[in-house]
Design a binder for this molecule. Sequence first.
Ligand code: NAD
Length: 338
Amino acid sequence: MKVAVFSTKQYDRKFLGAANAEHGHELIFYEAQLEPKTTSLATGCPVVCLFVNDDASVKTLEMLAAGGTRLIALRCTGYNNVDLDAVAALGMQVVRVANYSPYAVAEHAVGLVLMLNRKLYKAYNRVREDNFSLDGLMGFDIYGKTVGVIGTGQIGRCFAQIMKGFGCQLLGYDVQQNPACVELGMQYADLSDVLASSDIISLHCPLLPSTYHLINATTIQQMKPGVMVINTSRGGLVDTSAVIEGIKSGQIGFFGTDVYEEEETLFFQDLSDTVIQDDVFQLLQSFSNVVITAHQAFLTREAVSTIAKTTLESITEFEQDRPLTHAIALPEKIPANA
Ligand code: NAD
């Protein structure tokens, strides 16, 4: 089956190419992000394969449908970039890769915790410059601290398990309790209680209308002064301007993020020769208690290999008109004559 693969990097070509040996699809790799002006690249392709920042909004989907596309194959977990109403209305389907490696993302979140707490980014640069001073490098024992996990699904559970290994108390907030987290000793509480009691707060819920700007000026005020906030989920969960104010006032003591609400124009590209125009991003990264990585939490060999395998299996199921194991449930399609 002919598949237009958007936003491809070298590792996508390598892992999708290897996994495709078993499937024999015609994969056409594009570095370009999907957006209305790049939809023509997919003309005649029944399947498009997309990543986190590809734009699958109504306009794009209508143009794709007109060009013959019927399946959106997301090679990621989150699907906040896809307009599911439009997908349903156009008679298309969407598959994603849930649970490809919760360990990859959870371990990256823990990496941000350690990096911020022990100021490893400063220490690394200092020692390389023969500066062996310890001034300003003091951290805190993670042992005994309270960790608030917001979203206790696959990744939240793995993160909680690792933090339990450090000797932390676990607090959780979710719309649905996860028995595996309860088994770890996690206490579930209201969001405000989790925010008020946690020394470290880590976000692991999806970006939905109900979770957009979950971290905002009001919720930041409910947190412990000097709290550490980690976001490896989606940028839109956090009101970045409110976080900046929280950092300036000292209410937020550490901020580690792998995602950013306006990341589409920045991440996954080498912009080192250009002047970044996003003032909010520039201000955020100017703080010495902020660490930003560019949406790399998923990037382990195991995760990328599973993503490639599952994506191609879904495309083969679609080609063979079999039920789609990894389909995203769509809102009911409204008949045209209703
Ligand atoms: P999951 O579906 O297993 O868990 C998500 C949890 O969030 C569920 O328990 C769900 O009940 C909960 N939730 C839903 N709405 C909520 C709300 N309003 N408040 C609190 N909790 C709510 O998903 P997962 O595999 O653990 O992934 C979590 C998120 O991580 C994804 O949605 C994605 O955005 C993000 N992610 C990021 C990367 C990365 O590279 N940075 C990679 C993969 C996933």
